[in-house]
Design a binder for this molecule. Structure first.
Ligand code: XMP
Length: 517
């Protein structure tokens, strides 16, 4: 059994970052709403109370049961997590004369375990209007000019509190402060590695699945690919992967995914070429939302048809398809948890495979539902998957349909596939692949005049889109060197018949989105 840190979420925007820092210290952790039952906290090696947007004095502000400070488990309170501790244990929270937002310098007591081996003066990131004035029995272990209790230790409560945010990158030694809490205060061993996870997950999957059959919708993306390899290792031929070619994939992708999985790994793979079905359904449809809906529904239809066939075959052989495997990640799970408890706090089931209906009648196998993307990548590498799979860029479910503005035809798909392949090839040649979150071409519904040789042309324009991002929620347009953009443009115009103009998209998100539709 790994030790577990429980993070109680008070609604901070950056609670996931606390989990990231804990995982980076090789300690397992889970995030739960602040109202998580006291009984469930007993299995934790340490508890972290997140920040939150509220003031403790606002009616209905989240509170905490003071009994958690008597469980014999160390508690770290961050910002609101420290204020709510003061408020609920007989201390005092006041509205600060000087609100602090952004970088602040603090002086730390390096004899405290929280700041052990760290500089006495350090830059931290603050974001608070209230601050604590007293907490019972607390010693001050850090102070700033405007915040005399920037960090405290209250031995009787087994509590450490910081007014600043150690989880954000702007707090220079934030990761080390969290690591000190984990190792020096909670006594965490730091044995949560992806190697150990693989072995444990294989055992868990075998126990859950028994002799039944499992199907998995394989998209070729990182999460489903790594899930396929891991589950194949766990249950071998009991796993069947279904790869649907919707005719909207990138150049060479249908062949690439089949080759990778069929030849190299030897797992059961059903390839369904449904491209004609998708393109027929999309004919003449230009509205982005309608395109998405048509694709989503058709995907389910195709998947259901195939699942039924396997079920019939499996049933005849004595074992039935009882489970659907998905590459759901922890951020998707967290996002569906309501911080404020109540019925909505139940974790909703996630449908990675384009919104599968509940009446599919299958149990879920989600090996990564507690993992972040970088952890899944590490597992992929550990399992021997090629870098090109592990570091594959995200690709939207509706595929090239949302990168062809206007109606979708097979000819337009072919044009875009070629232009898109050139963008990706040149990015790779420039060694920029891992720096860029996503890079692709978009086919515009515009024609413009050009001149090639002595001939006048009147052909389509395409846009190059390349962004940097850490999570896809916000993004900036990538400052790709002009020479690389020049090569991309030259090659597209020379090699792709039907495109005579290339533009570069310099819109960040927000206000734009990454995709054009
Ligand atoms: P936007 O365009 O909303 O995209 O900024 C954010 C990220 O999500 C991807 N994306 C999708 N992924 N199904 C998916 O699986 C979709 O319908 C979809 N739409 C956008 C997009 O590629 C980017 O990484």
């Amino acid at each position: 059994m790994h030790q577990k840190i429980i993070i109680l979420d008070f609604g901070s925007q950056v609670t996931q970052l606390i989990a990231r820092r804990v995982r980076e210290a090789k300690v397992f952790c889970e995030i739960h709403p602040f109202s998580y039952a006291l009984e469930n906290l007993r299995e934790a090696t340490g508890i972290i109370l997140s920040g939150g947007p509220a003031s403790v004095y606002v009616p209905g502000a989240p509170q905490i049961d003071p009994a958690i400070y008597q469980l014999g488990i160390p508690v770290l309170g961050i910002c609101y997590g420290m204020q709510v501790t003061a408020h609920n244990t007989g201390g005092k929270v006041i509205t600060a004369d000087h609100r602090e937002f952004g970088r602040t310098d603090v002086s730390c007591d390096t004899t405290s375990a929280l700041f052990a081996d760290l500089p006495a003066q350090q830059a931290v990131w603050m974001s608070h209007g209230d601050r604590i004035e007293a907490i019972p029995g607390a010693q001050v272990i850090a102070r700033s000019v405007n915040c005399p209790l920037a960090a405290v230790h209250a031995p009787a409560l087994n509590f450490w509190g910081v007014q600043f945010h150690p989880e954000v990158a702007h707090t220079t030694h934030g990761a080390a402060i969290i690591r000190n809490f984990l190792t020096k205060i909670c006594g965490c061993r730091g044995d949560w590695t992806m190697g150990s996870f693989i072995d444990e997950e294989i055992a868990r999957t075998r126990a859950k699945v028994g002799t039944e059959q499992v199907i998995l919708g394989l998209s070729g993306g990182v999460d489903s690919s790594v899930a396929a390899v891991l589950l194949h290792k766990a249950i071998g031929k009991q796993l069947t992967c279904i790869f649907v070619n919707n005719g909207l994939l990138r150049e060479g992708e249908a062949e690439g995914v089949q080759k990778l999985f069929a030849d190299h790994i030897g797992l059961n793979l059903i390839y369904v070429d449904a491209s004609a079905r998708f393109l027929t359904a999309l004919a003449g449809v230009a509205d982005p939302e309608r395109k998405r809906k048509i694709i989503g529904k058709l995907f389910i239809d195709v998947f259901k048809d195939e699942a039924l066939k396997i079920k019939q075959r499996g049933g005849a052989a004595g074992a039935e398809v009882k489970f659907l495997a998905q590459g759901t990640l922890y951020p998707d799970v967290i996002e569906s948890i309501s911080v404020h408890g109540g019925p909505a706090s139940v974790i909703k089931s996630h449908h990675n495979v384009g919104g599968l209906p509940a009446d599919l009648g299958l149990g879920l196998v989600e090996p990564f539902r507690f993992l972040f993307k970088d952890e899944v990548r590490a597992i992929g590498t550990e399992l021997g998957l090629a870098d090109e799979v592990v570091w594959r860029q995200p690709f939207p479910g509706p595929g090239l349909a949302v990168r062809i503005l206007g109606d979708v035809t097979a000819d337009k798909v072919a044009l875009l596939q070629r232009a898109d392949a050139i963008v990706r090839e040149e990015l790779k040649n420039a060694g920029l692949e891992r720096v860029i979150w996503q890079s692709f071409a978009v086919l515009l519904p515009v024609k413009s005049v050009g001149v090639m040789g002595d001939e006048c042309t009147y052909e389509r324009a395409c846009a190059i889109r390349a962004v940097t991002s850490t999570d896809g929620m916000t993004a900036d347009w990538a400052q790709i060197p002009y020479a690389v953009l020049g090569t991309m443009s030259n090659r597209i115009i020379n090699e792709v018949r039907g495109i005579n103009r290339v533009v570069y998209d310099i819109t960040s998100k927000p206000p734009g989105t990454i995709e054009w539709e």
